[in-house]
Design a protein around this ligand. Structure first.
Ligand code: BG6
Length: 485
């Protein structure tokens, strides 16, 4: 099946860091269909050969087994070519049109890895040049707007040029193997479903912690912040995967309908919950992994008096029969103590405790997304050893299912999986416009509250777990975060 994959933003960071390595892995695994051509679009005047050289230089930095050998890269590079474009110039779309008409293809994928401010122009120009045919699919990278109004404006322009089934809105967290396994655990097994509700679950924690700071993206990040960068999309998508009802089948809309219902049922914000259930933080200087690191406000591209948050923790509830009254906590931030992403499902304590079990040790299921990918089921058992356990007392133990060990580390990565899904026309792991709008509708009151709050974000030392108010927030409900247990 011959295809053309056109990368707008073809010399940008995302293409170098994520998309080209993912395509190369798909190529290496033999899953990229034959007859593909990958066209990078950028403003620089580059020949095809120069573009290939630039990509070869980036691949040199790839570590370990993922780096291609010279022969492998030469075979992959044969797919690559380059087209110079000024995205505001209609004439440049005419040249793109001519290039695409050079050969017969079954599919044309337009991947918009540019600043979202360009999405509207590109979509309008593609339509004006007849490049929105039935064989075209369009892939949109986040952030899709910076609030509900801008998101709707982008979706409206895209909808004028393309049908919803042609639009692939990426949230790369949905492509992570752990998220696939969460769907498999919940909807391919019966074990947990009877327990997966308010009667048995006390609370749920979603943590996405990064050790890295804002790297070279200071000026982008300073206009974005953690709420827009991570919560509106990745964290809410994880929450949907945890909380949604079983879909009637695996069709994209069946899944997306259920996720949308979760978003619609999220507790609405009030002045009280905004004040008590949301913590924003910003990292000050500190130490990560033994290295001193500077404060966020000293990062290149960041305003010295920036009010942008690099950390968010919040508490919410889902107002439906399954989840009423169960707190869901989300926290995410940069320059935290570890790179860890996991979801913890805390089950209720036994109704009558005959063993005098240690406090805070009720059963829990931990879904690890990174750095490891796996499941841990925490139980209490009668300790046989004389060390640690009191005679007659219970000790915490856990069953550990390590998917990396079980299935091997060379599994399909998030971007590889999502790119192959675009080629196959499979929309299951992509976000529909109404879902995305609902997520913006929910985070917008937080943005408005912050804009009017002169206190700004709370500082936290780089290398810590965020502002202390985060612990106080969860402690008010009688719970604590994973590392505090
Ligand atoms: C991106 C954010 O969407 O996700 C980044 O823009 C963040 O700021 C990244 O670092 C985290 O992704 P991952 O897959 O490394 O957890």
């Amino acid at each position: 099946m011959a295809f053309d994959l056109v990368f707008f933003g073809g010399t940008g960071d995302l293409v170098w860091r994520k998309l080209m390595p993912a395509l190369f892995q798909a190529f290496r695994h033999g899953s990229l269909p034959e007859g593909g051509r990958i066209i990078g679009i950028g403003r620089d005047a580059l020949s095809d050969a120069q573009y290939r050289e630039q990509i070869a230089a980036k691949f040199e930095q790839v570590e370990g087994e993922k780096r291609p050998s010279r022969e492998e890269f030469a075979r992959f590079a044969a797919l690559l070519c380059y087209q110079r474009m000024d995205l505001a110039q209609p004439a440049d779309y005419t040249r793109l049109q001519a290039r695409l008409a050079e050969r017969e293809t079954q599919q044309v994928l337009m991947y918009l890895a540019t600043a979202p401010t360009l999405f509207a122009t590109v979509c309008e120009q593609l339509a004006a040049h007849g490049l929105n045919t039935a064989k075209t699919r369009i892939v949109l990278e986040k952030p899709l707007g910076h609030d509900l109004a801008s998101n709707r404006a982008i979706n409206a322009v895209v909808a004028r040029a393309f049908g919803e089934r042609q639009v692939f809105r990426i949230d790369h967290y949905l492509g992570k193997p752990a998220v696939q396994n969460l769907f498999a655990l919940r909807f391919g097994n019966t074990l947990f479903e009877p327990l997966w509700r308010r009667e048995h679950i006390a609370h749920i924690q979603i943590t996405i912690a990064e050790e890295l700071g804002v790297e070279k993206r200071g000026s982008f990040y300073d206009g974005t912040g953690a709420l827009r960068d991570m919560v509106q999309n990745h964290a809410l998508q994880l929450l949907c995967a945890i909380a949604m009802e079983p879909p009637i089948n695996t069709h994209a809309d069946a899944i997306r309908d259920e996720k949308l219902k979760v978003l619609r049922a999220l507790q609405r914000w009030t002045p009280e919950t905004l004040a008590q259930h949301v913590v924003r933080g910003q990292y000050s200087a500190g130490s990560v992994d033994g290295q001193s690191v500077r404060a966020y406000r000293e990062e290149p591209g960041v305003r010295p008096d920036s009010p942008t948050e690099t950390f968010v923790a919040l508490r919410t509830e889902i107002h439906n029969w399954r989840w009423a009254g169960v707190p869901f906590y989300i926290r995410t931030g940069k320059r935290l103590a570890a790179r860890e992403a996991h979801i913890e499902v805390h089950f209720r304590a036994t109704p009558h405790d005959i063993f005098a079990a240690p406090p805070g040790q009720a059963n829990k299921l931990v879904i690890h997304l990174q750095p490891k990918d796996g499941l841990e089921l925490h139980l209490l058992a009668q300790g046989q050893s004389t060390r640690g356990a009191r005679p007659g007392g219970l000790s915490p133990v856990h069953l550990d299912l390590d998917f990396d060990k079980r299935f091997g580390r060379e599994r399909v990565g998030a971007y590889e999986r999502l790119l192959l899904d675009v080629l196959d026309g499979r929309l299951n792991l992509f976000v529909r416009s109404d879902e995305q709008e609902e997520a913006w509708r929910w985070v917008e009151p937080i943005l408005q509250h912050w804009a009017a709050d002169p206190l700004g974000p709370r500082p936290y030392a780089a290398g810590s777990w965020g502002p202390s108010a985060t612990s106080a927030m969860i402690a008010r409900d009688g719970f604590c975060w994973r590392e505090e247990n």
